[in-house]
Design a protein around this ligand. Sequence first.
Ligand SMILES: Nc1ncnc2c1ncn2[C@@H]1O[C@H](COP(=O)(O)OP(=O)(O)OP(=O)(O)O)[C@@H](O)[C@H]1O
Ligand SMILES: [Mg+2]
Length: 178
Amino acid sequence: MTIIKQVDELKALVNEFSSFARMPAANPSPNDLNEVVREVMTLYKPGQRAISFESSLDDRLPVLDIDRDQIKRVLINLMDNAIAAVGDEGGAVRIETAYMPELQLARLEVIDTGPGIPPEAKQKLFEPYFSTKKTGTGLGLAITSNIIADHNGYIRVRDNQPRGTRFVIELPVKTVTI
Ligand SMILES: Nc1ncnc2c1ncn2[C@@H]1O[C@H](COP(=O)(O)OP(=O)(O)OP(=O)(O)O)[C@@H](O)[C@H]1O
Ligand SMILES: [Mg+2]
């Protein structure tokens, strides 16, 4: 590897690291999660011919107290991973939202039909710098889980059936107190 390439990689790493370390705190305001999902989907729809992009959005979803930019970052990180997993052979990438009134939660899922994630890797996914990609920083899911924690939410990973991966996020729905 040339020195120049090493320097470039180091610079990229430092940039990624500092943006991770100095990530601003969430600044939540009332937002329509479905609208945020729709906006993110428009970034991906054109171009990728081998991948079918799908969404299923629950219109009963109430307004949520979320940081719109940060939730976009979450969706983009998960979409980028899903698209990389599906790869050149193609497949489907899907975003779903659902309102669970009895739990006062909104569920947001990013689903792909890629190869899935081996059990050993599942333990390390959300740790900074865990990556199986040649040029991956391994910060995507670490940042994602920080953002969800800042929103008092949960993120977990599940196998999709018959193949692929589901990232499941649950966000609290603020109940109005009178
Ligand atoms: N949908 C997925 N299917 C299969 N493996 C996944 C999926 N999402 C994440 N992974 C695995 O988790 C690892 C960590 O993901 P993360 O987004 O944190 O970093 P990265 O994608 O490798 O790097 P970067 O986000 O900087 O591009 C990936 O390298 C990959 O091995
Ligand atoms: Mg990633």
